[in-house]
Design a protein around this ligand. Structure first.
Ligand code: ADP
Ligand code: MG
Length: 466
């Protein structure tokens, strides 16, 4: 029988993962995994425990498989075995279940059991927003690992935990994964609420002149998850005050507070310094858009969850075309799956291309106009829209003009020719040059990224007011 050896590829995969994930995360999950043997198209690796094995499978299997395929040029099946007696930490952890803040016993789930007990569901959270369904890539690994750490030991370390990032990048999912884990594995009282729901309850309380139900509910939570706190910005001082006191009561009592927001705390407006200071006290993590490889992994996992097999070429096509928002990425896949289910056709590259064209066309209609972007950028740099469209070539105008073109490219589906026309009839090559200029600057100038993020937010705000 021929001997197969993929040890070299396996080691290289590990070394790439070490670079991608960082030393701390890597050694937490991978240092105890052993390469055991290989078949023609398979590798068998050994894990110290079932929990460890299942965690690595749910979090990293797709990425490991993709890397192995890249390195070996073939699809390699991964097989996992438990190698007994190697992980002393795991067994001692099981003998000493950690205590959560409320002092209630905290169970580590034994996911190696063949028959999992029925999951305990939370009435206000989505039961599919779990760590198991959260794909980890370099764009979110720090945030995800902090979230995992918090879910194991709420209220002790990172408190408050502040998750920020753009629309559709997984803030709510990650926050509810913490909540679902704690809810399932302890008796802690977990409350999930959007900032808007919190504010509505406050307004109702004021109307009936009784805030005690609100206070009893929130100030006695073991874990409070507040989603999208940017909406506090636009509200009155009394509501912000109420939140401030809720916040202090909980954090002082070592109850876990988790917040999400569409921006860094320092960029919040109309909030008192004392509140911003509080937000900054704990751990802040940001979520970035995922890289191509991770986008593919997310799509594969989503398709698998829906019980559908999608050809790789279709996965690749969607990942190539939708890069900045995971919600849109999954939404596009779901549209495609629903379409083919209704039409009773298999999913092919042709159908995918056609559907993607339709989706992009309808988005463009619903989308922003170039004028709105020009207005937001002109306002930001204290210029006029006419300056941006003019032939003037002073640096004071050239740079904002390049930024405006770059944002048009990022936020709309207009072609470079259409963009050029809207900027005083410029040629599409000028537009392309401007875009690559900004792309270059983004690599060398670390502050430009946040300027552009600010501008995009202004654009969105401006477009909702139109
Ligand atoms: P946000 O709150 O930042 O706007 P959501 O948490 O609502 O974003 O995420 C949008 C969609 O993308 C959800 O369906 C979520 O399950 C999915 N999603 C986001 N990040 C991931 C990830 N890392 N792995 C798998 N699915 C993800
Ligand atoms: Mg959200």
């Amino acid at each position: 029988m021929a001997e197969f050896d993929y040890k070299g590829s396996w080691n290289e995969t590990l070394s790439q993962l070490r670079t991608d994930l960082g030393e701390e995360e890597f050694s937490g999950w991978f240092s105890d995994i052993k390469y055991l043997r290989a078949g023609e198209n398979s590798i068998v690796v050994g894990f110290p425990s079932g929990f460890h094995r299942d965690s690595v499978i749910t979090r990293y299997k797709n990425i490991i498989s993709a890397k192995l395929q890249e390195l070996t040029g073939r699809e390699i099946a991964l097989e996992f075995e438990i190698v007994a007696g190697t992980d002393e930490n795991a067994s001692s952890a099981q003998n000493n279940p950690a205590k959560n803040t409320a002092g209630k016993e905290f169970r580590e789930p034994d996911s190696s059991q063949a028959q999992k007990p029925k999951r305990k569901q939370h009435s206000h959270m989505r039961d599919d927003y779990t760590f198991e369904n959260y794909i980890i890539g370099e764009n979110n690994s720090f945030a995800a690992n902090a979230a995992i750490a918090i879910s194991r030991n709420p209220g002790t370390a990172y408190n408050p935990f502040f998750i920020y990032g753009g629309v559709g990048l997984g803030k709510t999912h990650l926050m509810q994964a913490i909540g679902n884990f704690i809810h399932e594995n302890s008796e802690s009282k977990v409350i999930y609420v959007t900032s808007e729901e919190f504010m509505n309850e406050y307004v109702q309380g004021v109307q009936v002149k009784d805030l005690s139900p609100l206070r009893n509910k929130y100030r006695y939570a073991d874990v409070l998850l507040i989603d999208d706190i940017q909406f506090f910005q636009e509200r009155g001082e009394a509501i912000k005050d109420e939140f401030f006191h809720t916040f202090n009561t909980l954090v002082n009592a070592k109850r876990q507070l988790v917040m999400t927001c569409d921006r860094h705390p320092d960029e919040l407006r109309n909030l008192s310094d004392r509140l911003i200071t509080r937000f900054n006290q704990g751990l802040k993590v940001d979520l970035q858009p995922p890289r191509y490889e991770v986008r593919c992994a997310i799509l594969k996992a989503t398709a698998e969850n829906r019980g559908t097999v999608i050809p790789d070429e279709v996965i690749n096509l969607i990942s190539k075309n939708i890069s900045s928002n995971i919600r849109d990425l999954i939404g596009t896949l779901n549209t495609l799956i629903s379409f083919t289910e209704i039409m009773k056709q298999p999913i092919t590259l042709d159908i995918a291309q056609q559907k993607l064209r339709d989706i992009f066309a309808s988005r463009k209609q619903a989308n922003l106009s170039i004028e709105i972007i020009q207005k937001a950028v002109a306002d930001f740099f204290s210029l006029s829209v006419n300056d941006l469209k003019s032939q003037k070539r002073t640096q004071k105008i050239v740079f904002p003009r390049q930024i405006a073109m770059f944002i048009c490219r990022e936020m709309t589906d207009f072609s470079t020719t259409e963009i050029g026309e809207a900027f005083g009839g410029r040629d599409h090559t000028t537009v392309m040059h401007s875009i690559s200029k900004i792309e270059g600057l983004l690599i060398t100038d670390p502050t430009l990224d946040s300027t552009i993020e600010n501008l995009k937010r202004n654009v969105k705000e401006l477009s909702t007011r139109q």
